[in-house]
Design a protein around this ligand. Sequence first.
Ligand code: ADP
Ligand code: MG
Length: 249
Amino acid sequence: MPTHQQASATATDHARGGITLRGVCKTYGAGEAAVHALTDIDLDIAPGELVAVLGASGSGKTTLLNVVGGIEAADSGSIVVAGQDISGSHPASLGGFRRAHVGFVFQFFNLISTLTARENVEVIMELTGRGDRRKAPELLAAVGLSDRAEHFPAQLSGGQQQRVSIARALATDPNLLLADEPTGALDVATGRGVLGLLQQTSRAGRGVVMVTHNEVAAKIADRVVRMRDGRVVSSDVNAEPADAATIRW
Ligand code: ADP
Ligand code: MG
């Protein structure tokens, strides 16, 4: 009986954005040129956890995020995200998985330059068939951009563009928000605002995985995962996550 309860709890947890990786490997290239981007990764992330993945450049952070989000295939190992086993699935076949579960925030925003902030948010809802495009203004208001909805990316600061990209990632109401160096291109004050949004997203019950090389940004996380040379070298619960508004670097 306890076993059964545990099993169903796990299924529910995963449905809200939990992640379990076992023995995940990914190598780019072959022979002399082979790069072992991920080696034997075991990782458990609870649903709703705000996770910071720290590591030097080239340690495998982006590859980890891409494999979890189903935009790159691992070579081997088991990957279960939001209750779905995506091990061995080709990214081209994972559109449904991504639409149902995952929002991406990219380091350099990746907004469409010919669309306004509002249209950038709307277009993802149209493409995925998820979310109500009439909610775009509300999503932009939530990231503090009500007065910038009709601006084009070129008319927005870096921080404002990153906030549009967060509104876009949240537009489909994903279980899991994956953010790759979301503050990498931002000044401290703007970066703090973006971290605040990620923390708010996590507190609303979504899983958030943030890749960063900024030790200070990681202070807001519930769990800190450290990578080195394609391996997870530690995964620790942070007993006292800092409030994003209070951190400085
Ligand atoms: P990080 O995000 O921590 O900087 P990455 O996950 O981007 O690290 O890269 C891990 C390693 O894999 C690096 O050595 C990088 O050069 C290599 N790599 C990443 N993507 C590719 C690719 N598409 N082809 C070949 N090598 C790659
Ligand atoms: Mg990277």
